[in-house]
Design a protein around this ligand. Structure first.
Ligand code: CTP
Length: 403
């Protein structure tokens, strides 16, 4: 239909970028980017009308988003020519042809288009050798200044390499290394770097991406507090398998927040000061920051108190772990690696965490206890006895109190 609307309007219209790349690779991709040779706003209005879809227009940029369903949206932009006034600046934009538009893109594999007009419908437009590079598994820039103009492309190159098991073409890698060594990443705003960090954390092969970032000396530059030691690498490499194992073992209603899990792992070997610095540098949300600092605060104590050499009661296990999020508990299992610790944490999540006393403040009042600090103490004692297994029923608890 987009093609028919384009024909009616006398415009040439193309699907471009990642969607085309993934169609050729046979990978699912729900983000459709459309480029219009001409007025993108007019075209997007007709398209939204046709589908009775919601339209968000950015008049200033001549771009629009047509939202068909929650996770299905189409970005529509005018074909443009772009140039940069100085390295790492935002580009100056002018109208252009599809060829111009594809040339300003990051890599050849992302520089292909598929025509949507009736004449030539479905034709792949490939000026820069995208199909050849897809076949050869190569990430290749289109022009030498690509990384200088947009240094975030270094992160993108690594992400695509590891996602598709491709590698950077030799010259491209040289340009990437030169750009990194020139210190240009320091000129990119935190927001843009962090956008790349969170994009990376959505990928399936996070450890490989991090190791590649380390190899290219990026990690030290943008996240100086991260210490990719051999121990941490091991935790990262086992992470996905561990998550799967624990999700099977645990009776936990919600699935853990995967982004938070990886952020916790990345900070798990830092001291408080570096963890605070790093989460500040990453501009993490208050909730994420608090989780990270909590992990650092309890880490050493929990790991030593729950270890096999220590003889402790269920109530002690409960007290060590109470209030900790499922993500922190999982990461404690992963960094410990000790069977006894893991079993105790699993026992806590599956059983101890959910144990509550039947008796309440009201029962204490009925027994003639005066309200005050003693209330809490007594309830705590009942909980301790219950966790340790000596109380089953409401009656048991009342008997215990009377004593
Ligand atoms: N693009 C670019 N330079 C960037 C970011 C994006 O040239 N720094 C271009 C690429 O052509 C890319 C398209 O814009 O294909 C859309 O960008 P984006 O949605 O970020 O990437 P995708 O290629 O769709 O990748 P992903 O599968 O990760 O969403």
């Amino acid at each position: 239909e987009a093609g028919r609307i384009a024909d009616d309007e006398g415009l040439s219209v193309y699907v471009v970028g990642g969607f085309v790349r993934d169609i050729i690779l046979g990978v699912e991709n729900l983000d459709i980017d459309i480029v219009v040779e001409g007025d993108a706003l007019r075209f997007s209005e007709k398209l939204a009308d046709y589908y009775c879809a919601h339209l968000t227009k950015h008049d200033r940029f001549g771009t629009a988003v047509v939202v068909l369903e929650d996770d299905f949206k189409i970005d529509v932009v005018t074909a443009r020519k772009e140039y940069y006034e100085y390295p790492a600046s935002l580009p100056v934009i002018e109208g252009g042809t599809i060829k111009d538009d594809l040339f300003r893109r990051d890599f050849t594999i992302n520089s292909m288009a598929i025509k949507l007009n009736k004449s030539g419908f479905g034709n792949i437009v490939d000026f820069y050798g995208g199909r050849r590079d897809l076949q050869m598994g190569l990430i290749r820039i289109l022009y030498n200044l690509s990384f200088v103009e947009d240094p975030t492309r270094v992160f993108r190159a690594i992400r695509f390499e590891q996602r598709y098991d491709f590698r950077m073409e030799e010259k491209t890698e040289e340009f990437a290394i030169k750009a990194i060594e020139s210190g240009i990443l320091g000129k990119v705003s935190h927001e843009r770097i962090n956008f790349e960090l969170f994009s990376m954390l959505k990928e399936s092969n996070i450890p490989a991406i991090l190791e590649r970032m380390e190899q290219l000396h990026i990690l030290k530059k943008v996240y100086p507090q991260i210490m990719l030691t051999n121990d941490l690498k091991k935790v990262l490499r086992n992470a996905e398998e561990d998550f799967a194992y624990f999700s099977e073992k645990l009776n936990h209603p919600e699935s853990p927040d995967r982004t938070l899990l990886y952020l916790l792992i990345l900070h798990s070997n830092m001291d408080h000061e570096n963890a605070a610095k790093s989460s500040e540098n990453m501009r993490l949300t208050k909730e994420y920051k608090e989780e990270i600092l909590k992990l650092i605060e309890v880490r050493d104590r929990v790991l030593s108190n729950l270890s096999g050499n220590v003889d402790i009661s269920y109530y002690d296990v409960y007290n060590e772990l109470k209030g900790l999020s499922i993500e922190i508990l999982l990461v404690l299992c992963m960094i410990s690696g000790e069977k006894k610790v893991i079993n105790r944490i699993i026992l806590y999540i599956n059983n101890l965490k959910n144990i509550k006393t039947y008796i309440s403040g009201k029962d204490l009042r009925d027994l003639g206890v005066k309200p005050g600090p003693e209330y809490k103490l007594l309830l705590e004692e009942v909980l301790a006895a219950k966790l340790n297994g000596s109380l089953q029923t409401y009656k048991d608890e009342l008997e215990f109190l009377k004593r």
